[in-house]
Write a protein of this length. Structure first.
Lengths: 412, 507
């Protein structure tokens, strides 16, 4: 069930549930509007480790929130006041860029969301989130790659392929469709002659390594030859640091802004497993959220004119316990947030069928209960940005998920 | 598929590359037609897994208790220094300015920036007494000395099969130095104390040693976990943290999806309360050492996996660990991971089955499991498809050149980080990936090329690359690889080609 609720209140649930059937009509993908020169882009940021949605976008209007989330609950008062989004929700003060975009109608939140996975293993949860299958155990290809594969051959997005940022390729974009790899790095460059000879040897002896190395060399060349003529990037930090996240986004934006650059990208940021001393408005989680916020900022700056056609979605394998644990952190949970940003996003809204935080309303009496399916959000984005049909989305991209309808109207 | 994949790979290459850390000059000759015997000889070598005081860097390495105590003392000094600075700043800025020391509530040990892996105050170079030449913080010095000892050992061993087992178990029971300064200071000692003594011993002994080690108790947060019904739990507002309990069941023993429930995880977390480390002030014991804190232990019986463990202080968790180590699911989980590591990404079920049976029959005798791996026909017939992990690749380069870092391991450490496998710093408690796809990535291959070039350029007395090829890969080298190296435009380029050849990358 996917419901729109711009100013959610605890009493609106039944009303909205009844309205769900209205959304079953077919709709024209925004992609079809060739006349307005749209050139859509999609960025997927995977937050590995399970993001605490209740500390990212706090339901400060829920009377049970402050008690459950204890010392790390967000609040509208005090030296580190959360930034209000509407009368009910407020975003962590470490995310001023996101708050600004929200105010400009270019960012949105889907709250109380989860994939179909209901256990609490990070690694199975990430496999489900990234593979797009309904259960763990599928680690060969990811939904984003299969979405690329499902586009008509020769179509621009399919032809230009995807971009994987970081030293290893995230599962979400692994698969048969072509993917460039890129990461900031600073080792001395070997000459072209050595690269050509190694490639030649691979073509004869090891075709798989030939493909991988060729893509790595291509991506490096694109990053080096970009028209901005920027200096080669040196790594500033891992993808579990604020500086590393910002830098990864900067590089990805530069590659994606090019006319012949990839239209789809996947990034994975680590470090969200906040079992201990999580912090709320300041501290460990806030540092990471600041990094994610910086990544949004870099995408907006780096994409320039193309920002208006871009949708960015940040997703995580599951949420964390609603009640803080014995060590001022949170343990593995269920419902969490999906963050959306970009000029293409129909923003300024927190989309939630709010389940409430009373003991009986919590999933297994411990977690924020999921009322939206992350796959519905992703399907909605893929449908609106690239025109993929509900049938393809429900079968090939997210197998066996026909019952999960694409969430409508996420894109302008 | 790669033409280098012949029906019967050369046994010497299998011994050195699939089981070991790669050939040093002369190793191919030393095998002399008996690859299995070469590997088994290593298993019989006394203390083969240990880093001994006569190893180059070994005598400088303190145990974890000392390392942690040193780190805690340094951390305390850094905090005093920050507070002093803050007070000075506040004074000079007028009394309206709040103290900087209060700007980071909720951070572990008051140590901003370290908990999430960022270099923070502990990482920044500190000025020494003279105030000019900066010295790295003590945690970084300990980490580098431990890394140096590991690289030294990798060069010294004949095949490196036991070192590969050390790496396997160290990754299975991983900790991450990104957690906090304390883990950075003790990750190497953790491997020497909780992994190395048991890699040819009993699985349950390794499990007991790992789960009580302060590095693991810190990494997976059990230090702070307090039984809600314990005296400490009633007095203070601290409580349970289920991180260690969950990862023991999911990653260290039974494996995910093997049938345990959320109730088992919570119950086990209660059983594990009280397993902690003595703090800087030594109220519970020698600072930095493992202690059982009865005050924090949840009282009462506990039911775990259908069995009741009577109240019994520290023995309750010991008994539970001993039972979990002997569960069939644990045998199957370990057998699968070993077979995936040494044979193929999708290991033959018969091989997994045989390893699981040996695990069960021998009560988790890891020497017997290692010998079984050597004896299994699958180990010698599976095509050479797996990619060397970054550590294996970097170690193989050092062994091929016959030289590792002398006193400063920062270059190979930098290579490992660039390749996505920074030493003792996995992205999560499930460790680094062990599948070819994870390492044969476009970016990874590009960086391997850069490293091969950098390594080749640094060889001072570089020989004939074709002769190096004979010594390191041997007679099964493909004609294409042989030709490419013979036609290289320089010796350096030839050696870089050798290090990029499929025969050097795959195992």
């Amino acid at each position: 069930m996917n419901l729109l609720c711009e100013t959610p209140t605890l009493s609106r649930r039944s009303l909205l549930t009844a309205g769900g059937a209205l959304f079953a009509w077919a709709y024209l993908p925004r992609f079809a509007r060739a006349a307005d020169n749209r050139d859509p882009r999609l960025v997927v940021i995977v937050l590995r480790g399970a993001l605490d949605g209740l500390s990212t976008v706090g339901p400060i209007g829920d009377p049970d929130y402050a008690g459950l989330h204890g010392d790390i609950a967000l609040a509208l008062e005090g030296p580190h006041a959360a930034l209000p989004l509407d009368g009910f929700f407020a975003v962590n003060p470490a995310m001023p860029v996101f708050a600004r975009l929200f105010g400009d109608g270019q960012a949105a939140v889907v709250h109380a969301a989860a994939t179909g996975y209901r256990e609490r293993s990070h690694f199975d949860g990430q496999d489900v989130l990234e593979s797009g299958f309904s259960g763990p155990g599928h680690v060969a290809t990811g939904w984003l790659n299969r979405a690329l594969e499902s586009l008509p051959a020769g179509e621009r997005v399919a032809r230009l392929g995807g971009l994987a940022v970081g030293p290893s390729t995230p599962l979400v974009i692994r698969g048969a469709a072509p993917v460039l790899g890129w990461a900031p790095q600073a080792l001395p460059e070997p000459g072209d002659s050595l690269a050509a000879r190694v490639l030649d040897l691979y073509h004869h002896r090891d075709p798989l390594l030939a493909v991988a190395l060729q893509k790595g060399l291509d991506a490096e060349r694109m990053a080096r030859d970009d028209s901005a003529g920027a200096v080669p990037m040196k790594p500033k930090g891992g993808l579990d640091s604020a500086a590393g996240m910002r830098q990864a986004a900067q590089g990805a934006a530069r590659l994606m802004a090019a006319d012949d650059g990839p239209r789809v990208a996947a990034l994975a940021f680590d470090g969200w497993d906040t079992h201990i001393n999580e912090g709320g408005a300041t501290g460990r989680l806030a540092n990471l959220l600041g990094g994610l916020d910086g990544a949004f900022d870099e995408f907006q700056k780096g994409l320039g004119e193309r920002w208006k056609d871009t949708a960015i979605v940040a997703i995580t394998e599951f949420g964390r316990t609603a009640r803080i644990n014995g060590t001022v952190g949170t343990d593995h949970g269920t419902g969490t947030v999906v963050l959306l940003a970009g000029g293409a996003i129909r923003g300024g809204r927190v989309i939630a069928d709010w389940p409430g935080l009373k003991q009986a309303q919590l999933y297994e009496q411990r977690d924020l209960a999921p009322t939206s399916d992350v796959r519905a959000v992703l399907k909605g984005l893929l449908a609106d940005q690239f025109g993929l049909s509900a049938a393809v989305l429900g079968d090939k991209v997210f197998p066996d998920s026909a019952a999960v309808k694409p969430m409508r109207d996420l894109v302008v | 598929m790669a033409a280098s994949v012949s029906a019967s790979p050369d046994p010497a290459l299998i011994a050195l590359n699939r089981f070991g850390l790669g050939a040093r000059p002369g190793d191919m000759d030393r095998i002399a037609g008996d690859a299995r015997g070469y590997l088994k000889a290593e298993l019989r070598q006394a203390d083969i897994a240990m880093i001994e005081p006569d190893d180059q860097a070994g005598d400088d390495l303190p145990g974890s208790t000392t390392a942690i105590e040193t780190s805690m003392a340094a951390n305390f000094q850094r905090k005093l220094e920050r507070d002093r600075q803050a007070a000075t700043n506040a004074q000079s800025a007028g009394s309206a300015q709040p103290a900087m020391g209060q700007a980071q509530p909720g951070m572990a040990n008051g140590q901003p920036g370290m908990a999430n892996g960022q270099p923070g105050a502990a990482e920044a170079a500190m000025p020494n007494a003279q105030g000019n030449k900066p010295v790295p913080p003590v945690e970084a010095r300990l980490f580098q000395a431990e890394a140096q000892a590991r690289f030294d050992k990798a060069l010294k061993v004949n095949a490196g099969f036991v070192e590969r087992l050390v790496c396997f178990w160290s990754n299975h029971f991983c900790v991450s130095v990104a957690k906090d300064p304390l883990v950075r200071a003790s990750a190497g000692a953790f491997e020497r104390e909780a992994i190395r003594p048991f890699v040819l011993g009993r699985f349950s002994d390794m499990l007991q040693a790992v789960e009580r080690h302060p590095a693991m108790l810190s990494y997976l947060d059990n230090r702070e976990s307090v039984g809600p019904g314990s005296r400490a739990g009633k007095n203070r507002k601290r409580g349970l943290n289920e991180n260690l309990a969950r990862e023991i069941l999911e990653l260290h023993t039974l494996g995910v999806g093997s049938g345990y429930t959320q109730a088992d995880v919570t119950s086990f977390a209660r059983v594990l309360t009280g397993w902690t480390m003595a703090g800087r002030e030594g109220r519970l014991g020698e600072p930095g050492s493992f202690v059982f804190n009865a005050n924090a232990h949840e009282p009462g019986d506990a039911v775990l996996l259908g069995k009741t463990y009577p109240a019994g202080g520290m023995g309750q968790a010991e008994a539970a660990l001993n039972d979990i180590a002997r569960q069939p699911a644990t045998a199957h989980h370990i057998a699968t991971k070993l077979a995936r590591h040494f044979i193929a990404d999708d290991p033959p079920p018969a091989a997994v089955d045989r390893l699981a049976k040996v695990f069960a029959r021998t009560d988790g005798d890891l020497r017997a499991l290692a010998a079984t791996l050597i004896d299994m026909p699958e180990s010698w017939s599976a095509p050479l498809l797996k990619m060397r992990s970054p550590y294996d690749y970097v170690a193989a380069i050092m062994r091929a050149v016959g030289q590792g870092p002398k006193k400063d391991p920062r270059q190979p450490l930098g290579w490992l980080a660039a390749l996505g496998e920074p030493l003792w710093q996995p992205p999560g408690p499930n460790g680094f990936a062990d599948q070819t796809d994870a390492w044969a990535s476009p970016e990874g291959m590009k960086i391997r090329l850069d490293i091969a070039w950098q390594a080749a350029r640094q060889i001072t007395d570089i020989g004939n690359p074709s002769e190096m090829l004979d010594a390191l890969i041997g007679p099964s080298t493909s004609a294409d690889t042989r030709r490419a190296i013979a036609q290289a435009e320089s010796k350096q380029q030839g050696v870089a080609l050798l290090m990029m050849a499929p025969e050097f990358q795959r195992r």
